[in-house]
Design a binder for this molecule. Structure first.
Ligand SMILES: [Fe+2]
Ligand SMILES: [Fe+2]
Length: 290
C-alpha cells in the first residue's frame, strides 16, 4: 500500500440527515493522505465548518472549494450575508482549522509515491454559456429553462451582493484563477479541484440539458490543455465517473442525494483515489468500518 494518497469527495449534502453517516465513514487509508472536498458540503456555515474541522482531524491535509449550496442564503444567523460574504466567512472558518481554500497557495506534495504535484482548489462558478443548441444568450436560455420547468434553485437563493449577475462574479474569479495558474511552476503537475466541471462535455449526459447553464463556463474550456494538469476533480452533477479529455483524467466524485445513492449505490467507494492513479481497474478505497 503506497503512502500519501490524494483522495477526493464532493456533494456530501450534510443538510440532509440521511447523508450524515457519510461523514463518519470518510477515513484516510494512512497517516499521510490528503483529501479534496469539492463543494456542496451543506448550506449552513456551521455545518460546513463542523464537517471540514472533523475531516481536518483525520487527514494530513484537507483542501476545500465551495459549491453552490455553500453560497445559498439560509435562515441561520448568517442570513444577512451576501454570497460573496458567505464565501469569505467560510474561508476564514476553514483557515481556523488548517483547511486550504481557493484563497491559499497551492498545496505541493513532493514526498509521496505520485509526487511531485500540486493541488489547486478552483472556484470559478458558471456564466450561463453552456446553452442548448439554438439558444444564443442568457435571457433566452433562462426563459427556456423556465418553460421547461428546469430552473436551478441558485436563481432564488444566491444573493449576489455587489455583482449585477453571477456571470460577473464568475468572470472575476476566472481571471484571478487564470493568473495564479499561469504563475505556477509548469514542471509540477496540477490537480485542479473545482465544484463545477471545467469542461462542458461531462454535462452531455444530463437528463435535463437546460441545467448545463448552471454547471460551468466556456472560459475554462482549455485549462486542462493550457496548464500542466494531471487530473481535474469536480462534482455538482451527482454523476460519479471518470472520463478523459485530450488525455487528461476528469473525476466526478459526488456522493449526492439519498434518492441518487440509493439507486446507484457507491460502486467506486465513498472516496475516490486521485493519486497515485490506480489505473483503469480502479478499486474503491474502502472505509475502515465499511
Ligand atoms: Fe450537489
Ligand atoms: Fe452543486
Amino acid at each position: 500500500m503506497p503512502d500519501g494518497r490524494l483522495l477526493a469527495v464532493s456533494d456530501l449534502h450534510l443538510g440532509i440527515t440521511e447523508n450524515h453517516a457519510f461523514l463518519e465513514r470518510l477515513r484516510p487509508t494512512g497517516p499521510d493522505d490528503w483529501l479534496i472536498v469539492a463543494g456542496d458540503v451543506g448550506e449552513r456555515v456551521e455545518t460546513v465548518e463542523w464537517a471540514l474541522a472533523s475531516l481536518a482531524e483525520r487527514f494530513a491535509k484537507v483542501i476545500w472549494t465551495p459549491g453552490n449550496h455553500e453560497l445559498w442564503s439560509t435562515t441561520d444567523e448568517h442570513a444577512h450575508l451576501t454570497a460573496p460574504e458567505r464565501y469569505r466567512l467560510l474561508v476564514d472558518r476553514c483557515r481556523a482549522h488548517g483547511v486550504l481554500t481557493p484563497e491559499d497557495p497551492y498545496a505541493v506534495r513532493t514526498d509521496g509515491p505520485a509526487g511531485p504535484y500540486a493541488v489547486a482548489p478552483v472556484f470559478t462558478l458558471y456564466d450561463y454559456t453552456w446553452r442548448v443548441p439554438g439558444v444564443t444568450d442568457k435571457r433566452q436560455s433562462l426563459a427556456r429553462a423556465h418553460e421547461n420547468g428546469v430552473v436551478c434553485t441558485d436563481e432564488y437563493r444566491i444573493d449576489l451582493g455587489p455583482y449585477a449577475g453571477l456571470e460577473d462574479w464568475c468572470r472575476e474569479r476566472v481571471e484571478a484563477t487564470e493568473k495564479t495558474l499561469a504563475a505556477h511552476d509548469p514542471e509540477v503537475p496540477l490537480v485542479l479541484a473545482s465544484h463545477w466541471p471545467l469542461d462542458r462535455r461531462p454535462t452531455d449526459i444530463l437528463h435535463y440539458p437546460d441545467f448545463a447553464q448552471w454547471c460551468g463556463t466556456e472560459l475554462t474550456a482549455d485549462w486542462h490543455r493550457r496548464f500542466h494538469v494531471t487530473a481535474a476533480v469536480y462534482g455538482h452533477l451527482h454523476i460519479p465517473r471518470t472520463t478523459w479529455y485530450e488525455g487528461v483524467r476528469f473525476e466526478e466524485v459526488s456522493l449526492g442525494y439519498p434518492r441518487e445513492w440509493r439507486r446507484r449505490g457507491h460502486p467506486r467507494g465513498l472516496l475516490r483515489q486521485i493519486l497515485p492513479y490506480p489505473g483503469p481497474s480502479e478499486q474503491p478505497v474502502p472505509a475502515p468500518d465499511a
